[in-house]
Design a protein around this ligand. Structure first.
Ligand code: ADP
Ligand code: MG
Length: 253
């Protein structure tokens, strides 16, 4: 029987995620599937301006919407899902609700991304895309659960019918009833450790603080990680922890 599933898109800005989502949803609908496209841009664009402090609300409520929608409809998540922690949060929602999921990785050469970005008005500076391109954690490189069901090159013609049919076939298979990913494992802490190191490095490069302040920041980071380790691993959310750390760093306390 065809069962509800969560389709998680991942790919850099301008790769064509929103275009792909819309077309795939149309085809799935033609094949009799009730499907909704959701992504954090919907809430982000509902604010008149962008502020880092809105991001927590946006993230939390996008996940909330996705989880509720998934009870009734297929959901296509139209987001960069840049960190594998973001993909993991989504997969955990699917697992919790006993639904299948499929990661679709959209890919294009850097030049194509930059050109498409300029063409649509460069709302995100090209430098940002360049940085993201360098750092992008390719799905499936580290974890098996993160392996894409499909990798789509958006510079080539896309066969939406074939993709839709493959997804429908996958939806008929039994759901893996594994535990939540990363619940009691150290991978979550490792990832936060790695990310906060990166953030500190970038912060120091940008602000160029005095040695005394650098020491303070380094200690701050160590304390932060130690604090997380003392907490129950199952409640740690990587993107939330990173945001919290950024806030601490800005407030320096
Ligand atoms: P994203 O949601 O990943 O940021 P969009 O779907 O908004 O990307 O597409 C970015 C730009 O690239 C748009 O101007 C869009 O028309 C164009 N585009 C998207 N998909 C393709 C494609 N497969 N081939 C050529 N251009 C595309
Ligand atoms: Mg988009």
């Amino acid at each position: 029987m065809v069962e509800i599933m969560l389709i998680i898109l991942t790919g850099l800005p301008s790769v064509g995620k929103s275009t792909f989502s819309k077309k795939l949803a149309e085809i799935l609908n033609k094949l009799g599937i009730d499907v909704i496209v959701l992504g954090s841009d919907m809430l982000r664009e509902s604010f008149p301006v962008w502020k880092e402090s809105y991001e927590e609300f946006i993230r939390k409520n996008t996940l909330y919407l996705i989880e509720n929608a998934l009870k009734e409809y297929w959901v296509i998540v139209d987001d960069t899902n840049y960190y594998n922690s973001m993909r993991r949060d989504l997969i955990n929602i699917a697992r919790k609700n006993k639904k299948n999921y499929a990661i679709i990785y959209l890919k294009a050469p850097l030049n194509t991304l930059l050109q498409r970005n300029v063409k649509r008005g460069e709302k995100i500076p090209n430098e940002v895309i360049l940085e993201m391109y360098k750092k992008f954690d390719e799905p499936g490189r580290k974890y098996r659960w993160d392996e894409p069901f499909l990798t789509v090159d958006t510079t080539k013609e896309i066969d939406y019918y074939r993709i839709a049919r493959d997804l429908i076939e996958k939806s008929k298979k039994t759901v893996d009833r594994e535990e939540n990913i990363g619940s009691e494992c150290c991978s979550v802490i490792n990832e936060i450790d790695k990310e906060t190191r990166k953030i500190v490095g970038e912060y120091i490069k940008r602000i160029k603080p005095e040695n005394k302040e650098i020491e303070h920041i380094v200690k701050l980071r160590k304390r932060f990680i130690k604090h997380l380790k003392n907490e129950k691993y199952k409640d740690i959310d990587v993107s939330k922890a990173i945001m919290e750390f950024k806030r601490l760093l800005e407030e320096k306390g």
